[in-house]
Write a protein that binds this ligand. Structure first.
Ligand code: PMT
Length: 403
């Protein structure tokens, strides 16, 4: 999960309309503020019937705008200054009425006026009764907004406050958060690029009950996938066993064994502009997998015979299409840099990220990592300990330069 101040210096304006889902917006604001954003809120009069302006003022640490003609705090034409101040405007929950106003150029309250006056990206998250959402007028208005470049964050399906079930629930707060982060946090320098990332631990069955695996949580690979998606890439994430959620907007392929991971990687290899293999792959698997649970009484000698798994990264290096960037990881307990150099050469990589099991707050499971990035030109860069998301950004900065 993201903890870094990735929205530091970003201005986000939230327009709240009069719908029951307004009660969810303070939570969104809290998350935005934690990520470093400066947040301001505009409410319609109807919205103040559901949540008080004081709640939004307290969460955002900024005055809330409701009335077009109230006394301003300083001299300013407030709807214009807010419209110019914001990097992006999110209207959530957006009622059928507000969507109608935005689509038809009606500016008769603070929010619709700010929306008309802003040149920033506008996101609209509808929330209403299913019949109202499906009404031809609402659908036509949404179509108009899309055609004008306004991004619609689709409502979810489920049980609505009115008791009906169907489409019309405000999208999940994390979906709204991710949409805002995507909009403002990073330059889209990987736009148009396909990035294949692997994460997590492979799992090799011994019998239907037992298996061999390793300590990988998937955090490192998942942060790479998240960072690449936020930089505009079309990301496919092949993941083994993981203990964290996969990021939104990423195409996830779940696999179990090293052979499954091999098959998934090979089938996506040709189309990828960049492949980053952060997964911890088992080098060995049991030679024979028992069909039934191995019983201690059944003459089991205490020996599991192993055979080698395919080396996925080596195969990808040997069959690398021209222009593709191939990045490996290297986890060692000794001679980290020497071993990383050998793997970089042997597997025909463009870069390798070396991390050690002996460093504190690094490697398996932790939220931070300490890595050294080596590239095929002989450059070796040791980075400080930082969050895995920041490691991912450092790595992608170097990948972008190679592209
Ligand atoms: O998942 P986390 O808990 O966040 O931990 C992150 C991590 C420590 C797993 C990650 O940062 C990492 O180091 N991943 C690679 C671990 C590993 O398998 O290292 P290795 O030195 O054994 O393998 C070298 C490279 O070859 C790796 O890119 C690996 O994915 C690849 N490999 C290895 C064996 C194999 N049969 N096929 C492979 O493709």
């Amino acid at each position: 999960m993201l903890n870094d101040k990735i929205l530091s210096g970003k201005h986000i304006l939230i327009g709240v309309c009069g719908g029951i889902a307004a009660y969810k917006i303070p939570d969104l604001i809290s998350k935005l503020v934690k990520l470093g954003a400066e947040v301001k809120v505009v409410m319609t009069h109807a919205a103040t019937e559901f949540v008080t302006p004081l709640t939004f003022q307290s969460m955002s640490h900024n005055p809330v705008a409701v009335d077009m003609f109230s006394e301003p705090v300083a001299w300013e034409i407030r709807h214009i200054s807010l419209a110019q101040w914001t990097d992006t405007l999110l209207v959530a929950p957006a009622t059928a009425n507000m969507i109608g106003k935005l689509a038809n150029g009606i500016a008769d309250d603070m929010l619709s006026t700010v929306a008309m006056a802003t040149r920033s990206q506008v996101l609209v998250a509808p929330a209403m009764n299913t019949a109202m959402y499906e009404n031809a007028a609402t659908q036509a208005n949404i179509k108009t907004l899309k055609e004008r470049g306004i991004k619609i964050i689709e409502p979810a399906e489920g049980r609505l406050a009115c008791g009906d079930s169907g489409k019309g629930k405000l999208a999940d707060i994390d979906v709204l958060l991710n949409s805002l982060i995507y909009e403002v946090a990073f330059e889209k320098d990987l736009s148009g690029k396909k990035v294949l990332v692997t994460a997590g631990a492979t799992v090799e069955s011994v019998d239907p009950v037992r298996f061999l695996t390793n300590h990988s949580s998937g955090k490192m690979g998942i942060e790479i996938a998240r960072a690449a998606q936020l930089r505009g890439a079309d990301v496919t994430l092949v993941c083994g066993n993981i203990s964290v959620e996969t990021p939104m907007g990423v195409n996830v392929i779940k696999v179990k064994s090293a052979q499954d991971m091999f098959d998934a990687c090979v089938s996506h290899q040709k189309e990828a502009d960049v492949i980053i293999k952060a997964a911890a792959v088992a080098d060995f698997k049991p030679k024979d997998v028992a069909d039934n649970k191995i019983k201690k009484e059944g003459g089991f000698e205490g020996v599991i015979r192993l055979e080698q798994n395919p080396d996925i990264l080596k195969y990808l290096g040997e069959h690398k299409p021209a222009g593709q960037i191939l990045v490996g990881f290297c986890m060692e307990t000794q001679d980290l840099i020497e071993n990383a150099k050998k793997k970089l050469d042997k597997k025909n990589l463009d870069m390798i990220v070396a991390n050690s099991l002996t460093e504190p707050n690094a490697g398996f499971k932790s939220d931070t990592n300490t890595v050294t990035i080596l590239d095929k030109t002989g450059k070796i860069e040791a980075l400080d300990n930082m969050s895995k998301f920041c490691v991912a950004q450092e790595l992608l900065d170097r990948v972008v330069k190679c592209l």
